[in-house]
Design a protein. Structure first.
Length: 582
């Protein structure tokens, strides 16, 4: 990786060198042309014309080579720059907590990683190429024009300030419009993402026409925002053309009069016109750079918002830990000793607002190896509660401890390696069943994989496929059922051999018999692992060592199944309701 980055830096340095070489040669060529006209052709000196003309051809070919090399170096450098920038952005996003991601929509992050980085890439390519070529051409062309005829060169000193003021006014007015345009891109990407991820729902509710209209409205909003921004930027072209042709007309008028009065030669005027073209072309390049900078400025700000975002959840600062020899050393806790869990007066708010908490005064003690059930109505914050254990969220106040240690003192990787969590939404990735299972343990043997799948009641259906564990799942596991997805996710979690296993309504898509087999296998396979089961069905938790009943972000009661039937009204009502349905 470092070798590649060093090569990209070399390309970034070689490009300006090539551009300067090209400009030097292009600046010399018009001077040689003037000599051919004024000395060779005027004196009918054909050997002189041939010699100087040959030199012009050679310099043109070398200039062409420099230009081609500059184009290649700039392309390679900009591609390397965008590659490194995307890697840095993606790596930063991996460090985000759920709270950080909540502040950026998924579609916005996708736009920043794609469209915004592409805008910056194009600008970088133009900067390392044109930002050296154009100013150097402007300076060298102006010097040569002044060398030929200082009086006639004054036309530039009038045109350039006028052009600069106009460009600044255009850029200042256009920048806010480009910012609005990028926000419209975010909304468009959000529409596309929602439609593609929920395509089954769209088809089942026959909402294709509605989604088409929503996409069309988003696309029209992008087009309108882009037109609103571009209609200012396109003024740059006509403005440049007016300045170029005005300068040429003025130079021809006054230059022609100078030739008539003998104070200037024909070849000098032709070279002077060539330098006018070079100077004004360099100004046009600089105006293009200016516009690209205006466009990319909005993208740069959006990228910096991601890079400057401070992850809410970070590894703790090292603390003094006593060693076996009685000394102390600075370190963090990098091993979860057991599955004991303690919540002490925990409150939590997604908005960091003490007046708007979704968890209030949670006190809970779970012994290592216990099977714990958590039940409650939708919106009672069951998932939020267990998300505190692997530090997917941090408490607003109070403490959450694992193995007797505050989770905020653990190395994040070590903590999360010790906790396996099967979320409500079953997420599988493109690739084979084996590749998805190895997310749990990349070094797992075939026997370990099969044992985990047997415990999750998945081995039988996997081996029924022609390719078995090598069966390709497609994107998100589109070619297997919801219950099969859940069992694969459970098997993947089991491969970690965690100290704590959290099943968040992860058997909702399987029948009660399969659910019972999975729970029995988990109890037998991982006897020392703390198992937390969040469920809507009381059948899934009634055999737990202890059951917690959640209601409106608080613990309404806890105990065994029999104790809660006697003492907890919410639990009894849910149980009786489910029994009557059976």
């Amino acid at each position: 990786m470092k070798g590649l980055e060093g090569r990209y830096k070399a390309f970034s340095l070689l490009c300006p060198v090539s551009m300067i070489g090209e400009v030097v040669l292009e600046t010399v060529i018009p001077l040689l042309m003037a000599k051919i006209i004024d000395n060779g052709i005027a004196d009918k000196n054909l050997p002189y014309v041939a010699a100087v003309g040959g030199l012009m051809v050679a310099l043109s070919l070398i200039s062409l080579l420099f230009g081609a090399l500059g184009g290649r170096f700039s392309a390679l450098a900009s591609l390397g720059f965008s590659r490194n920038l995307r890697r840095r952005l993606f790596s930063k996003i991996q460090d985000f907590s759920f709270g950080n991601i909540d502040r950026f929509s998924t579609s916005s992050l996708v736009t920043r990683l794609t469209t915004d980085v592409t805008n910056v890439q194009n600008t970088y390519q133009m900067i390392i190429r044109m930002c050296f070529r154009a100013p150097f051409m402007l300076v060298s062309g102006t010097i040569m024009a002044c060398f030929i005829n200082l009086r006639l060169a004054t036309v530039f000193f009038v045109a350039i300030p006028v052009l600069a003021v106009c460009l600044v006014l255009i850029g200042t007015a256009a920048f806010p419009r480009f910012g609005v345009m990028m926000k419209m891109y975010d909304k468009l990407n959000n529409t596309v993402q929602e439609n593609l991820t929920a395509i089954r729902v769209v088809k089942s509710f026959v909402r294709g026409d509605f989604e088409n209209k929503k996409f069309s409205d988003s696309a029209d909003a992008v087009r309108s925002a882009q037109v609103h921004a571009e209609k200012l930027v396109i003024l740059n072209g006509p403005l440049m053309q007016i300045v170029i042709y005005t300068c040429i007309i003025v130079a021809l008028w006054f230059g022609g009069r100078m030739i008539a009065f003998g104070s200037m030669q024909t070849g000098e005027l032709i070279s002077f016109i060539t330098y006018i073209g070079q100077i004004l072309m360099s100004l046009m390049m600089m105006s293009m750079i200016f516009i690209m900078l205006v466009l990319s400025k909005a993208s740069v700000q959006r990228i910096l918002e991601v890079l400057d975002e401070v992850p809410e959840i970070r590894n703790p600062e090292p603390i003094s830990i006593a060693t076996e020899d009685g000394k102390s050393e600075k370190a963090v806790f990098n091993r979860v000793p057991n599955g004991t869990i303690d919540f002490k007066n925990v409150t939590f708010s997604y908005m960091k607002d003490p007046g708007n908490c979704v968890l209030n005064g949670i006190d809970m003690h779970i012994e290592s190896g216990q099977v714990v059930g958590i039940i409650g109505s939708t919106g009672s914050s069951k998932t939020t509660l267990v998300s505190m254990i692997p530090r997917l969220y941090d408490v607003l106040s109070g403490t959450v401890s694992v193995g007797g240690i505050d989770v905020r003192k653990y190395d994040l990787k070590s903590l999360r390696d010790g906790v396996s969590m099967v979320l409500q939404k079953n997420v599988l990735f493109s690739g084979s069943i084996r590749e998805n299972l190895l997310w749990g343990n990349e070094n797992a043997t075939q026997k370990e994989i099969e044992d985990a799948c047997r415990a999750a009641d998945a081995h039988e259906f996997i081996t029924s496929f022609p390719d078995g564990y090598e069966t390709d799942l497609g994107q998100g596991g589109v070619n297997i059922s919801g219950g099969q997805k859940q069992r694969l996710c459970i098997a993947r979690a089991l491969l970690k051999k965690p100290k704590i296993l959290i099943l968040d309504d992860s058997t909702s898509a399987v029948d009660t018999a399969t659910d019972a087999r999975i729970r029995t296998a988990l109890r037998n396979t991982l006897p020392d692992t703390t198992k937390i089961i969040i469920a809507q069905r009381i059948n899934s938790v009634q055999d737990a060592d202890i059951i917690y009943v959640m209601d409106n972000g608080k613990i309404d009661g806890f105990g065994t199944h029999e104790e809660l039937l006697k003492n907890n009204e919410i639990y009894r009502e849910v149980y009786e309701s489910q029994q009557s349905q059976n």
